[in-house]
Write a protein that binds this ligand. Structure first.
Ligand SMILES: [Zn+2]
Length: 293
C-alpha cells in the first residue's frame, strides 16, 4: 500500500491508502492530486452566513475557505491505463500537483499511461499535462476532450469574448492543450473512449464539460465538476457554484444527473468529493444524501 504524506491529503484519509474498486471490466484505483482550498463565495455563494459557517466546518475548513480533494481515477483495462484528468501540476495551488508522486508511489511509470480523458480544461484538472519546460508529463498518452471545450479555451479572440476572470485559465488551457494537440481526439456525447466507457455531455461548469459512464455492475458515472461537492451540492442542489461558466445550465445538468443517479441507483465518482469520492445518491426530500460505497 502506498504511503501518503500529510501534505497530500487532509488528516483522516491517511489510514485508507488508495481506494480500489472493480467495475465490470475496469480496475479502478482512486489516486489523488492533493487538495485545493476554495473560499465560501465560490463554494456556496447562495448560502446564508450561518449555512456557510456550518458547511465550511463540515468540510474541514474555517471562515476563509475549505479544502476540497482531487480524486483522480486510474482505470486499467486489458489494453489500457487511463487517467481521468491529470491534476494541476505546478499550475494551480501549492497543495495540489501530487499526482505524479502518487503514481510513482503505486509503482506506475507515467510513460505507461496510454489514455487521458479531460472532463474539462480548468487548471486543477488539466494543468498537469505539461512539465515546467512545456514537455508532456505523459509522453505516450493519447488525449480526449470535448469538441466544445477545445473550441471555448483555444479561441484566439478569448480576450474579447471571455469575462476577464477566465483569461488566466484560458492562457493555461492553451499552453496545456497546445502541448498535446497532435495526439488529441475531440469527442462528443455518446462516443466511447474504450468499449464500455462512454462520454456524456454535462455542460455548464464549463461549456464543454463532459462526464463518463462506465458499463458494469449497474453503471458508474465519473462526474468531474458538474457536481462539485458531495456535501454542499447534494444537500443544496439548487445552489450555484461560483466556478460555473454557465451557471443556469450547470444547475439544470447537476439536477438531472443527481436525479438520474438516484433513480437508477448509479454509482458516482466525484473529483472534489470527500476522498475517495465514490458512492451513491439517495433522495432526501427535495435534496440528496451522499452514501459512500
Ligand atoms: Zn475542479
Amino acid at each position: 500500500m502506498a504511503s501518503l504524506k500529510n501534505t497530500e491529503l487532509p488528516p483522516g484519509v491517511l489510514a485508507h491508502g488508495f481506494h480500489k474498486l472493480t467495475h465490470g471490466r475496469f480496475e479502478i484505483t482512486v489516486l489523488s492530486d492533493g487538495y485545493i482550498t476554495l473560499p465560501p463565495d465560490i463554494l456556496m455563494p447562495d448560502g446564508s452566513a450561518e449555512e456557510r459557517r456550518k458547511l465550511l466546518g463540515r468540510l474541514g475548513g474555517n471562515g476563509e475557505g475549505a479544502p476540497l480533494q482531487t480524486n483522480i481515477p486510474l482505470i486499467r483495462t486489458e489494453a489500457d491505463i487511463i487517467l481521468v484528468d491529470v491534476g494541476a501540476g505546478m499550475n494551480f495551488q501549492p497543495t495540489d500537483g501530487r499526482l505524479i508522486d502518487n503514481l510513482i508511489a503505486i509503482g506506475l511509470d507515467p510513460n505507461s499511461v496510454t489514455k487521458v480523458v479531460l472532463t474539462h480544461a480548468h487548471p486543477d484538472h488539466s494543468g498537469g499535462i505539461t512539465n515546467a519546460d512545456g514537455s508532456p508529463v505523459f509522453p505516450n498518452a493519447h488525449y480526449y476532450i470535448s469538441e466544445m471545450e477545445w473550441s471555448f479555451w483555444t479561441d484566439p479572440d478569448f480576450e474579447t469574448k471571455m469575462q476577464d476572470g477566465l483569461h488566466e485559465f484560458a492562457r493555461g488551457a492553451q499552453r496545456d492543450l497546445g502541448a498535446v494537440k497532435d495526439r488529441l481526439t475531440m469527442v462528443r456525447a455518446g462516443d466511447e473512449i474504450v468499449s464500455g466507457m462512454a462520454v456524456i455531455a454535462t455542460r455548464g461548469h464549463t461549456p464543454g464539460h463532459i462526464s463518463l459512464e462506465l458499463v458494469g455492475n449497474g453503471g458508474l458515472l465519473i462526474a468531474g465538476d458538474i457536481i462539485p461537492s458531495n456535501i454542499v451540492s447534494f444537500e443544496n442542489p439548487r445552489w450555484h457554484f461560483g466556478f460555473d461558466t454557465e451557471p443556469e445550465i450547470a444547475l439544470a445538468n447537476r439536477a438531472s444527473l443527481l436525479d438520474r443517479a438516484a433513480n437508477d441507483r448509479l454509482r458516482m465518482l466525484g473529483y472534489h468529493w470527500t476522498y475517495p469520492g465514490v458512492g451513491y445518491v439517495e433522495p432526501r426530500g427535495t435534496a440528496y444524501k451522499f452514501v459512500e460505497g
